[in-house]
Design a protein around this ligand. Structure first.
Ligand code: GDP
Ligand code: IMO
Ligand code: MG
Length: 429
């Protein structure tokens, strides 16, 4: 599938695909489409807070840590060092794929990736409870506490799993250090249970553990191209997102370098994925949110319910201010717009073109989250036709093409493709 028009640069073997909104942009389906052009698909961050859906014919998958190229035969898949993954979650995902007949020996996990333990999920829930009305609305998967442990140098890596005594020791230390935090928890972890379960699951996982840096360098030396798959979205980046309502990892394209162990000079092209509108799940500011029946209609038509938690997603118009910011942060070369089909039947379709304060003065991205932020909306005509069968952008209704043109112009990045349904082939180029 030639989505990038430019030929690949052999000296820059890694392309990066990231979400540019608040997650759930359709990265899974886009990576699945692109995967045929690459030998390796490598996830560079996040954990099973992510839910990446793929539909190929009657096969529908929700992937949480395994890269979204898994349904393309022959690709090799790396869960990179920048990720955090739960052993049970990963084992379940491998089982699910094996039941579908997928060869899971293609899946490798970097030894420097960190293990998410069930006690991380407990800590995640306790921290959310303590935040009360200011809760982040995390996925409850223990992602934040696992990254905290990594930064605090208390974490346990996938590489550690091969050394059972080291695991037992490290779990003991970790639980001693965290004992005060479990005060009030119903499910205080017991050392022998954690060690027992970890060692049992480790048997299943250890055969997949590799030195991620050497593994990627070997692929590059064989002349393979790498697609770095992002999780979450730019606006959830721990540094540049709507902090503190963010995830705990680097979701921007730069995260591909730190999360895979490659230099910036290895990166060729960067593709941004965005919905033709916008969604967010969990707490935190969302300037283009529609709290009226239009938002409700977007949620219903777009089936906007979380893949990981089933929570209803908040819905709003495409936010070109946030998208321009994302274009800068990621150095985008192109945009892939998803879910264009969802907008069919809306009389008018909006795009947020600017922010202002209540007193009318212009505001920028730094004002997101401030109570007096107002949005300027450009309204475009909608279209009635069902576009799910359209395969060429030129064959789209005039109003749909106008929307794509406005998205490209206002974001400052060309639109390379648009999807018009969840299935792999529902693509307009
Ligand atoms: P990701 O986390 O970025 O991979 O996105 P998710 O899988 O969480 O959410 C995207 C949802 O939109 C999934 O249910 C997809 O099946 C669905 N989807 C993706 N592209 C399209 C599209 O073009 N049209 C429609 N109607 N659904 C789509
Ligand atoms: P994919 O890869 C949408 C959100 C959560 C919450 C915040 C912090 O499917 O796009 P966390 O559990 O990471 O500590 O939660 O981030 N969040 C996502 N929202 N898609 C995701 O992943 C998300 N991963 C985390 O809802 O607001
Ligand atoms: Mg998702």
């Amino acid at each position: 599938m030639r989505i990038f028009p430019a030929p690949p640069d052999a000296r820059r073997p890694v392309d990066v695909c990231v979400g540019i909104q608040w997650g759930d942009e359709g990265k899974g389906r886009v990576v699945d489409l692109l995967a045929r052009e690459y030998g390796v698909i490598a996830r560079f961050g996040g954990g099973d807070n992510a839910g990446h859906s793929i539909e190929v014919g009657a096969t529908k998958l929700a992937l949480h840590v395994v890269p979204s190229g898994v349904l393309v035969d022959g690709t090799k898949l790396l869960i990179g060092a920048g990720t955090v993954a739960s052993l049970r979650g990963l084992a379940n995902e491998l089982d699910m794929l094996e039941k579908l007949g997928v060869d899971t020996s293609r899946i490798a996990i970097a030894s420097r990736a960190h293990v998410v333990f069930p006690y991380h999920a407990t800590l995640d829930r306790l921290a959310e409870k303590a935040r009360g009305g200011a809760a982040i609305g995390t996925t409850g998967r223990g992602i934040g506490p696992a990254y905290v442990d990594r930064a605090a140098r208390n974490g346990i890596t996938f590489g550690d799993l091969a050394k059972p005594e080291a695991v037992a020791d490290k779990v003991r230390q970790a639980l001693i250090a965290r004992a005060p935090l479990f005060a009030g928890a119903d499910d205080v972890p017991r050392e022998e249970d954690v060690v027992g379960e970890t060692l049992a699951l480790a048997k299943r996982i250890v055969p997949h553990v590799v030195d991620g840096v050497a593994w990627l360098q070997a692929a590059i030396a064989r002349g393979e191209r790498i697609l770095a798959e992002g999780a979450q979205g730019t606006m959830l980046d721990v540094t540049f997102g709507t902090y503190p309502y963010v995830t705990s990892s680097h979701t921007v394209a730069g995260g591909a370098c730190t999360g895979l162990g490659i230099g910036p000079t290895a990166v060729g092209r960067v593709l941004g994925v965005a919905k033709a509108y916008c969604t967010r799940v969990g707490g935190g500011p969302f300037p283009s949110e529609l709290l009226d029946e239009t938002g409700e209609r977007l949620r219903e038509r777009g089936r906007e319910f979380g893949v990981t938690t089933g929570r209803p997603r908040r819905c709003g118009w495409y936010d070109a201010v946030a998208a321009r910011y994302a274009a800068q942060l990621n150095g985008l070369d192109g945009l892939f717009i998803t879910k264009l089909d969802v907008l069919a039947g809306f009389e008018r379709v909006g795009i947020v073109t600017g922010y202002r304060r209540a007193d009318g003065s212009p505001a920028g991205i730094e004002a997101v989250g401030e109570p007096d932020l107002r949005v300027e909306i450009e309204e475009l005509p909608g279209w009635a036709d069902d576009i799910r069968g359209v395969r060429k952008i030129v064959d789209l209704p005039h109003a749909a093409r106008t929307l794509l043109d406005r998205i490209a112009a206002l974001t400052g990045v060309p639109v390379l493709a648009a999807s018009v349904g969840p299935e792999r082939s529902a693509l307009a180029l």
